[in-house]
Design a protein around this ligand. Structure first.
Ligand code: ASP
Ligand code: MG
Length: 439
């Protein structure tokens, strides 16, 4: 069994859906296809729900109408058979009627998630009708029947495995299955989701659940690149990454892959391939257990970082001080990204200011606190990076003019992270591209 996931832009136009239908039937290996919503749809649904939560029902209605218009044209361009077109119209009627009903009742958290789920429900139903038109045998399997969250709102892989087996067993003669990315049910049985961009995560979870041979993530770029193509002129696709390297890169900014999507594939040792719908024969990037080559492979940057410097002379020779600090972050469920310590101070970074005020207030009881906003983490990722010849010298020579505020090295064998003011991000990525990649 193979899993193939297609993102919003890969299904966002009728001709792209056609391309997808060809890619998923390129051989007869049994395949589960995971689809995102058509590009832009989830953003529109978020806007609709924001309108509703601020009491702007007129705004919600206008946005719903605009979205419906877009879909009406989409199905006309996609489906030629009158009988199937009428079925596609019924699909739109059902889902847009639902959206209109939500505008007449009061918005709850559960209803909000129901609204967000409409995009994937529509994209898969419309794609299934398209396959029917093309006479491509398949089964549409509802993700809501097997994608389950546990009590901690994390995917319950054991339950997912159990449930998907039952669902697949309903279609013993089928080899091609279509399902929704992103959406799932929580322990209360309500519709929920795996957070924005979560379709990659769905694909990886399904791959792990069915012990797939490969998890293919199809997007509109030819794999993960060594640097951010929006910032530097020249980048190259990375051939191979280990799971750990990919997880670091995905978290630290490489937008192509959702960071959480690595662990399920890693747990079952299933290779993840990043491929390009627009250039299906390009090699892309493969992520597997082995790193392939030794040395620096990529640099990624993550903006919106807040640095907190925690200073206390009481820390000198004291034990238990770090625990007290960590407990504050734990209490406010705020993950720490980078950390450096000296004998009298600890600096940490976080990527959200949701509970910043409470955290500062509590930390102020035990230490003096300085907060620095608008920071960027630049992360250099590679295999056995410490064994790379003169790596630190090369790096710091290259970025000599950048005012680095924190350095983290040695936490893993494949990462060097720097904290810099966000205003220096472009410069830093360009200098690293020259100094470490000779590009
Ligand atoms: N449609 C969802 C989003 O836009 C999930 C995804 O595309 O991965 O966030
Ligand atoms: Mg996406």
């Amino acid at each position: 069994m193979r899993v193939m996931k297609f993102g919003g832009t890969s299904v966002g136009k009728p001709e792209r859906m056609h391309q997808v239908s060809q890619l998923i039937t390129r051989d007869d290996e049994p395949t589960i296809v995971v689809l995102s919503a058509l590009s832009g749809t989830t953003n529109s649904l978020v806007e609709i729900s924001n309108c509703l939560s601020s009491g702007d029902n007129e705004g919600a209605t206008a946005k719903t109408e605009a979205l419906e218009k877009h879909y009406q044209q989409f199905i006309i361009d996609l489906i030629k058979s009158p009988e199937l077109l009428s079925k596609a119209q019924d699909v739109l009627k059902e889902h847009f009627e639902f959206l209109r009903i939500t505008q007449r009742v009061s918005l709850s958290d559960a209803l909000n998630k129901d609204i967000l789920a409409q995009g994937e429900l529509m994209s898969t139903k419309l794609f299934s009708l398209y396959l029917e038109q093309e006479k491509i045998e398949h089964a549409l399997i509802p993700a809501l029947e097997f994608m389950k969250l546990d009590i901690n709102e994390e995917p319950d892989l054991v339950l997912i495995e159990e449930k998907i087996k039952v669902v697949l067993a309903h279609h013993p003669s089928k080899k091609l299955f279509i399902t929704q990315g992103y959406i799932c049910r929580n322990v209360k049985g309500e519709v929920d989701n795996l957070k924005r961009g979560g379709s990659d995560y769905t694909a990886s979870l399904i791959a792990a659940a069915v012990k797939a041979t490969v998890c293919e993530i199809w997007t509109d770029i030819d794999g993960m690149h060594n640097n951010d193509p929006r910032v530097v002129d020249k980048t190259v696709a990375i051939e191979q990454l280990s799971f750990d390297e990919a997880a670091e890169l995905a978290y630290f900014g490489a937008k192509i892959l959702h960071p959480t999507c690595i662990w399920p594939a890693q747990q079952e040792n299933i290779p993840v391939k990043l491929l390009n719908t627009m250039q299906p024969t390009a090699a892309g990037t493969v992520i597997k257990k082995e790193a392939g080559s030794v040395g620096v492979k990529a640099v990624a940057a993550k903006d919106g970082i807040i640095a907190i410097k925690i200073k206390s002379s009481r820390m000198l020779l004291a034990y238990g001080f770090l625990r007290k600090i960590f407990e504050v972050f734990e209490k406010y469920k705020t993950p720490i990204d980078m950390i450096t310590t000296s004998e009298v101070a600890v600096s940490v970074t976080i990527d959200t200011d949701e509970h910043l005020n409470e955290i500062i207030a509590e930390l102020s009881n035990i230490a003096s606190i300085e907060v620095e906003r608008a920071q960027t983490i630049v992360s250099i990722v590679g295999n056995e990076i410490a064994k790379t010849d003169a790596i630190l010298k090369k790096l710091f020579d290259a970025i000599e003019e950048v005012p680095v505020t924190m350095v983290s090295y040695g936490g893993s064998h494949h990462n060097i992270s720097l904290l810099i003011p966000s205003t220096f991000k472009t410069k830093t990525l360009q200098l690293v591209n020259k100094g470490l990649f000779n590009l």
